[in-house]
Design a binder for this molecule. Structure first.
Ligand code: 13P
Ligand code: 13P
Ligand code: MG
Ligand code: MG
Length: 375
């Protein structure tokens, strides 16, 4: 029987240094301390603590399966400890994504974002984890489509018989809380018709069609809907499996050689170009951005992340690479072009899709000043 192992990425904005731009070291240290303890106790086998802008991210590999209460509680308790530290330092937005106080077995719906994937380990199992800040889960729609359905992106769709039969996409309608599975290539146009509206339809899972092998999972909780009001865009994470009858690592990364536009950026209310960056540049500065994405490459085997002789996980900071310099340059150029337009669409999101807005307050203020116009 192949070994079953779970990759969990759980993230939360617990507060940031100087606005919403980054997670300072004392909070990362709390993540490191708590997850190391959990590794020692045997709850998890491997972990990696990092940040995507102002979001604290826990990558954990374990044997407990998806939605495990102990794994979720570990993340939740660690976030709460980090919130206390953030409050003591009077960091900005301390506890931003903590929407509930009483934990009841699962962090879904409580504020943190979650992507999880239980796998049967293959002979060798390469993974990529993506984490983005100042955007939303639908930001992954475009690269997920390119990676798993576009033969001009993924050569393997054409020349690797292991991928014959294509891939199945689970798409979540975050407004109606319904989901649908569409298979590519047959239903490709229907898929695009939905996921071309990333604020509503979000690719949540992808499987290889011929054997239902799970190959991608994305965080799909939507903070604005959970809380009933804006509390920060749900900055997303995604787990993607690579190679041997799945897209190669390079096919997973090639969509990011160019920038593309995503919803989010300043106050969650603007279109912005997504910028792939190494961990050292994982901070959102200019107009609180541009929205950024980091990518980590690693191997899962024997229930853990392949590690060095000291037990430290072997993690490759994939966008820390000149191959993505052009995308970064494009992102800056497009960012500047959009910012020239100020608060005029399409730089600003349309009124219905704005997550965070004082526009209703403006309309409320002007309510009595409006008078009927002649027809
Ligand atoms: P696999 O078919 O072993 O995944 O190799 C493909 C590859 O790595 C091409 O870049
Ligand atoms: P976060 O959702 O990353 O906290 O950003 C909030 C914001 O308003 C940035 O301008
Ligand atoms: Mg924040
Ligand atoms: Mg954030």
């Amino acid at each position: 029987m192949p070994e079953k192992t779970t990759v969990s990425v759980i993230k939360c904005d617990i507060g940031s240094l100087a606005g919403h731009h980054t997670v300072p070291k004392p909070l990362l240290d709390i993540g490191e301390k708590c997850l190391k303890k959990a590794q020692k106790s045997g709850l998890i086998n491997s972990y990696y603590v990092f940040n995507a802008g102002d979001d604290l991210e826990f990558l954990m590999v374990h044997k407990k399966g998806e939605n495990n209460p102990d794994i979720h509680k570990l993340a939740w308790d660690t976030f709460l400890e980090a919130v206390e530290k953030a409050k003591s330092l009077k960091l900005y937005g301390a506890g931003q994504d903590i929407l509930r106080t009483a934990f009841s077995g699962n962090v879904r719906g409580m504020g943190p974002g979650v992507a999880e994937m239980e796998i049967e380990e293959r002979g060798s199992d390469p993974f990529v984890v993506f984490a983005a800040d100042k955007t939303e889960p639908g930001a992954f729609n475009y690269p997920m489509f390119k990676i798993f359905a576009d033969p001009s992106n993924t050569a393997g769709l054409v020349i690797d018989p292991g991928m014959a039969g294509g891939f199945k996409f689970e798409v979540l309608d975050v407004m109606e809380n319904k989901k649908v599975v569409l298979k590519c290539p047959e239903e490709m146009y229907d898929l695009i018709a939905l996921i071309g509206t990333p604020g509503r339809y979000v690719v949540s899972r992808v499987w290889r069609a011929r054997d239902d092998l799970i190959c991608a999972a994305t965080s799909t909780t939507r903070l604005s809907l959970i809380a009933g009001k804006y509390v920060g865009k749900d900055d997303p994470v995604s787990i993607v499996r690579a190679q041997h009858g799945l897209p190669a690592l390079g096919e997973i990364l090639v969509p990011f050689m160019h920038t593309y536009f995503v919803e989010g950026w300043m106050r969650g209310s603007h279109w912005g170009p997504l910028m792939p960056v190494g961990l050292k540049d994982s901070k959102c500065t200019a107009f609180d951005g541009p929205p950024r994405i980091v990518a980590l490459g690693f191997q899962v085997g024997h229930g853990k992340i392949a590690s060095d002789d000291n037990g430290d996980p072997l993690i490759s900071d994939l966008f820390d690479d000149p191959a993505f310099d052009l995308a970064r340059r494009e992102a800056v150029e497009y960012a500047v072009a959009l910012r020239r337009m100020g608060e005029f669409e399409p730089a600003r999101l349309s009124a219905e899709t704005m997550e965070y807005t004082t526009l209703p307050k403006v309309l409320e203020k002007l309510k009595d000043k409006f008078v009927g116009a002649e027809s």
